[in-house]
Unconditional design. Structure first.
Length: 144
């Protein structure tokens, strides 16, 4: 039906798009090292920059004695920050895939794809994220 040349052009075009798109996904977020905004997470500006609010800041903001564990968001879509450890609670914002975040502690909450653990965000940031979509980069203690 189609010539080999046409099939090759389509295949090459699709491969180029996939490669170009994967570079965008792998690139670190522009907000990853930005300081926390002064805008509440519920406002229009705060909802789009929630990733910056939960991202670890410069090394000078946390000392060795108070350093909290970190985790990386591994979801395919933006991960919703929740008020409580359940997907039925109010949304406080989102975190972009690949964002490295501070984790204060973990709690048992709603089962998400076989995982009942939720992380309470650290560095003074309110909210919980499902552990199913966060790869912890160091040991995270249970909340007391």
């Amino acid at each position: 039906m189609y010539s080999a040349h046409a099939r090759h052009r389509v295949t090459t075009g699709i491969a180029g798009l996939l490669i170009a798109g994967s570079g965008l996904l792998a690139a670190p977020s522009a907000y990853a090292a930005a300081p926390r905004p002064a805008v509440p997470a519920d406002s229009a500006a705060g909802a789009t920059s929630a990733a910056s609010a939960a991202a670890p800041a410069s090394a000078g903001q946390q000392t060795q004695a108070t350093a909290e564990p970190q985790g990386r968001v591994v979801s395919r879509l933006p991960l919703t920050i929740r008020e409580k450890a359940t997907s039925n609670s109010r949304s406080l914002g989102t975190l972009q895939p690949g964002t490295v975040i501070w984790l204060h502690c973990k709690v048992v909450g709603q089962n998400v794809d076989g995982n009942k653990l939720w992380y309470l965000l650290g560095n003074g940031r309110p909210g919980y994220v499902a552990a199913r979509y966060v790869q912890n980069l160091s040991a995270v203690p249970y909340c007391k």
